[in-house]
Design a protein around this ligand. Structure first.
Ligand code: HEC
Length: 135
């Protein structure tokens, strides 16, 4: 008799656990979607007017702006070289595979400092695209 009660309780507990898990999965999509939808609202804050010389660019991340504030002091304002080598017109030949150039900028090489800790992956990609666009 006692064992039977235990069996019944076990079955009920197992059923509750199953229902609980099922409810968790049913509840999850709307619960996780709400904050995700909120977070995905575009946040494009382009600040112009304070710097004066900065050109207003439409994309959220401007490779030219990243270059001007992080790379120009070594590679030259027009990327024709300085402390660091010329990049304009050179990088597409030096790095046929853009991913290699992204790794160089992220991890640095020799005297070239690593930017992985200072720039986001998107910023590094933007500045690499910018230097590859220069002739
Ligand atoms: C402190 C100076 C300095 C800064 C700042 C700097 N670089 Fe460099 N960079 C160098 C030097 C020096 C080299 C050459 C390194 C070597 O030959 O080992 C180099 C090499 C490179 C190369 C490889 C060029 C080649 O043909 O091999 C790339 C690409 C590059 N830099 C991109 C950038 C980008 C993009 C930024 C900005 C995010 C940047 N660098 C910022 C000094 C700098």
């Amino acid at each position: 008799m006692f064992k039977r009660i235990v069996d019944v309780v076990e079955v009920v507990a197992a059923a509750c656990a199953v229902i609980f898990v099922v409810l968790l999965f049913i509840e999850k999509p709307p619960g996780t979607k709400a904050p995700a939808a909120g977070a995905s609202t575009p946040q494009v804050t382009v600040e112009t007017g304070t710097g004066g010389s900065a050109e207003a660019t439409v994309p959220a991340i401007s490779g030219a702006a990243v270059y001007a504030s992080n790379c120009a002091q070594c590679h030259g304002a027009d990327a024709t070289g300085g402390i660091g080598p010329r990049l304009a017109g050179v990088v597409t030949k030096a790095f046929p595979d853009k991913r290699v150039q992204i790794i160089v900028v992220t991890q640095g090489t020799g005297a070239m400092p690593p930017f992985g800790g200072r720039l986001s992956a998107a910023e590094i990609k933007a500045v690499v695209d910018y230097t590859r666009s220069l002739k």
